[in-house]
Design a protein around this ligand. Structure first.
Ligand code: PXP
Length: 250
C-alpha cells in the first residue's frame, strides 16, 4: 500500500488570471503542458456553470492535449444536464461531480450524495456508460461513502478544505485528519478508489498523502499561487518531492 500517489494539477486559476484581462494570456493549455512535463500525472479543470475561469474552448483544447499525451483529464463538473452533455461529448478519462453555487468563491463543501442521490445517480450512470470514470467530491463521512458506492461511483474524492483551514488558522486539525483517515478506510472497504483535494499546500499535501488508501491528490490554487514566486515547474517538482516523501519506498 505504499505506491506512489498521483498528482493531478488543477489549472483553473491560470484561466482566472487570463480572464482578468479578457485576452489569451496566460494560456491554461500551456500551463497544462508544462505541468505534465514537470511531473503531473494528470490535469484537472472545472468548467463552472458561470464560466468564471475555464471556458468551453479550454475543455476542448485540454481534452485534445491530454488525449495526445496519453494523460488523464479529470473534468470537474456540477450535476446538471448541460455539464453531463459536455462531458459526454468530450469523454474525459474521469469526471468529478462537485456541488456548485454561483455565489461561492470556490467549492465550499462536498456533494451531499445522501440527500441528492436521486439526481446524481442517473448522471453517474450516463457517464459510466460512456466509459468515463466517475468520482464524487464528498466529505469524509461514512454515510456519504456508502451512498457513493450504492449509486455506482468508482472513486470518491475527499474534500480536504476543512482540514487545511484548521491547519492554516491554528485550530486543532487532528479530528479532521482522523475523519479523512476513517473515511479512506471505509471507502477502501467498499472497493472505492480514494482521492483527496482542496486547499492543499506542501505541508498538508504531504500529510494527506501519508494516508495509505489515498491514490491521487488534486491541487490547484496553491500551486498556481506559488508559481508566481518560483515558477510552475519548480512548484510542481517541489510538490512531487513532498508527496513522494510521504511514501518512502514507493
Ligand atoms: N478537487 C476538487 C474536486 C475541487 O473542486 C478543487 C477546486 O476546484 C480542487 C480539488 C483543487 O482545490 P485547490 O484549488 O484549493 O487546490
Amino acid at each position: 500500500m505504499s505506491s506512489r500517489v498521483r498528482l493531478g494539477v488543477n489549472i483553473d486559476h491560470v484561466a482566472t488570471v487570463r480572464n482578468a484581462r479578457g485576452g489569451a494570456h496566460p494560456e491554461p493549455l500551456r500551463a497544462a503542458r508544462l505541468a505534465i512535463e514537470a511531473g503531473a500525472d494528470g490535469i484537472t479543470a472545472h468548467l463552472r456553470e458561470d464560466r468564471r475561469h475555464i471556458s468551453d474552448a479550454d475543455i476542448g483544447a485540454l481534452s485534445e492535449l491530454c488525449h495526445g499525451l496519453g494523460k488523464p483529464l479529470n473534468f470537474e463538473m456540477a450535476v446538471t444536464a448541460e455539464m453531463r452533455d459536455i462531458a459526454l461529448r468530450h469523454r474525459p478519462h474521469a469526471a468529478c461531480l462537485v456541488p456548485e453555487r454561483r455565489e461561492e468563491r470556490t467549492t465550499e463543501g462536498g456533494l451531499d450524495v445522501a440527500r441528492n442521490h436521486a439526481a446524481i445517480a442517473p448522471v453517474v450512470r450516463a457517464l459510466r456508460d460512456a466509459g468515463v470514470r466517475v468520482s464524487l467530491f464528498i466529505e469524509p463521512d461514512p454515510v456519504q461513502v456508502a451512498v457513493a458506492e450504492a449509486i455506482g461511483a468508482q472513486v470518491v474524492e475527499f474534500h480536504t478544505g476543512a482540514y487545511c483551514e484548521a491547519v492554516i488558522h491554528g485550530r486543532d486539525p487532528a479530528p479532521l485528519l482522523e475523519a479523512l483517515k476513517r473515511g479512506a478506510g471505509e471507502a477502501e472497504r467498499r472497493g472505492l478508489e480514494v482521492h483527496a483535494g482542496h486547499g492543499l499546500d506542501y505541508d498538508t499535501a504531504q500529510t494527506v498523502a501519508a494516508i495509505p488508501q489515498v491514490v491521487e491528490l488534486n491541487i490547484g490554487h496553491f500551486l498556481i499561487g506559488e508559481a508566481i514566486f518560483v515558477g510552475l515547474e519548480t512548484a510542481i517538482r517541489t510538490m512531487r518531492t513532498r508527496i513522494d516523501a510521504a511514501r518512502p519506498g514507493a
